[in-house]
Design a protein around this ligand. Structure first.
Ligand SMILES: [Zn+2]
Length: 168
């Protein structure tokens, strides 16, 4: 019973709980997922939505691991879930491209972590880093992170009076 719960529950950090969702629990993992889920307080439901165009017939995937993690950390999470990830991000690139992808995700994670501090201390660098984060999201196809990064970038630009960047 505990094994079924462990492998089928999805985290609901917004509610500090985990839940068994009949449909979402059946979705497979990809490190370049095409869908994402979140708790919708107004609906009282866990909701899944596409984060990119999904061609008809293509499997809907979500990411089980921390999306900005490099392959070694993602691999550990995959092993905990009992599989060896064969997604596009883990298998279809050369070793050099995979290493670059790890660097990109690491840089993206750093930007996300440093944004609150930069917002307070250095608007020029904060805006530059926000734009870089959006480039990295496109390169890595981590579109689920885009809304929060656009929002953070907007906040930084407004706080530092950069109307052109805020508009962009
Ligand atoms: Zn993968």
């Amino acid at each position: 019973m505990a094994g079924i719960a462990k492998t089928n529950c999805i985290p609901m950090p917004e509610r500090r709980q985990a839940g068994l969702c009949e449909v979402i629990c059946r979705m497979n993992h990809s490190c370049k997922a095409n869908a994402q889920y979140f708790w919708d307080d107004q609906k009282g439901l866990e909701v899944c939505y596409a984060i990119m165009d999904i061609p008809k017939g293509e499997e809907i995937t979500v990411c089980y691991s921390e999306i900005t993690s490099g392959r070694p950390l993602r691999h550990d999470v995959h092993i905990q879930h009992g599989f060896n990830c064969q997604c596009k991000a883990c298998t279809t690139s050369s070793p050099e491209q995979l290493a670059q992808s790890d660097k990109n995700r690491e840089e993206l994670c750093e930007i996300i972590d440093e944004t609150p501090t930069l917002l307070q201390t250095n608007g020029t660098i904060a805006i530059k880093r926000a734009k870089r984060s959006l480039e990295l999201i496109k390169i890595e196809e981590l579109f689920g992170l885009a809304p929060a990064q656009y929002y953070d970038g907007f906040q930084v630009a407004v706080a530092w009076g950069d109307q052109a960047s805020a508009k962009a």
